[in-house]
Design a binder for this molecule. Sequence first.
Ligand code: NDP
Ligand code: GDR
Length: 326
Amino acid sequence: MPTALITGITGQDGAYLAQLLLDKGYEVVGMMRRSASSDVVGERLRWLGVLDRVRLIEGNLIDLSSLLRILHDVKPDEVYNLAAQSFVATSWQQPLLTGSVTGLGAANVLEALRLVRPQARFYQASSSEMYGRVQAPRQSETTPFYPRSPYAVAKLYAHWMTINYRESFGLHASSGILFNHESPLRGIEFVTRKVTDAVARIKLGLARELPLGNLDAQRDWGHARDYVRAMWLMLQQDAPGDYVVATGRAVSIREMVRIAFACVGLEADDFVRLRQDLLRPAEVDFLEGDATKARTQLGWAPTVTLEDMLAEMVEADLARHRARMG
Ligand code: NDP
Ligand code: GDR
């Protein structure tokens, strides 16, 4: 039975990846940072019904000694580095923390791997945010990067460190350049989940409006369950590499909001309020990925449309709020 170590197992992707690997017969070990609310941090794993099947181990991306200890004890065959300060807006408020965790944190994992477990295969959670002010109409593995936030700059450092450790030390280190992916387990601060949660509350009479920032930005949105499958596929290849994972369809925030409200028969325009303070200091206006390499080399393709995903998210948020109302 292969063993996988997942950093960031308590996040959206960590939970779906843990479920996928358990279904494939892996022993799954998740690194979790110490929290004063440890009773709730496993909520996503519980929601998927896998909390009791994973082994959780305490550590932190910015504590190299904890990573060395964990790799030494767990002896994983595969390491998925999903942990990060992942919210772009926060990265302007906490740029140094974002650099430490999202950037240097990845270097810590790579360094620990090189020293303790160089035979393990490594996955780095890179991001379409690295394209920022896009240099090509559709972004692929060969499109130059132009990061537009402290988060994206930190991810770019981690991305190049992954490539550098592959080339310098021969590590089987791959980088997935994943475009936005969502699910009912998406953090509530990200725009899709913020919207579906508001749609549910408005429908149930618990809220009357939805404050939003830039509605003109466009994103290429897929489903997290599809995207964690691409992560796993990357580590099953004989040679490591970098892969764009995307649907190839860009949709504006405005249109996404319209689709989400339509799920419950409401008009978005009646509820959306524009708020200047939700605009970002620098915006990524447009992202649309070209996942040809993932399709041809990994045999990967997305299976869920934006419409179906938003419907699933709205349903889940309605169920959550109904349960709370009793
Ligand atoms: P989440 O924000 O849901 O999860 C982030 C995880 O990182 C959480 O488990 C969090 O723990 C953990 N974490 C944060 N700081 C530390 C730390 N110092 N030490 C250890 N763990 C830490 O992110 P997603 O699941 O959405 O994304 C997974 C990864 O993929 C991230 O690296 C993200 O940047 C990247 N990515 C995501 C995309 C997306 O659209 N979702 C697209 C491209 C890349 P806790 O629960 O304690 O907060
Ligand atoms: P993003 O996701 O920044 O693309 O990063 P987010 O959902 O936060 O923003 C998407 C777009 O929506 C606009 N927007 C708003 N965003 C939020 N969060 N809240 C609002 O009220 C709002 N109004 C408009 C934003 O300006 C932006 O243009 C996500 C994260 O998961 C990263 O970790 C990951 O790397 C990238 O996706 C790919």
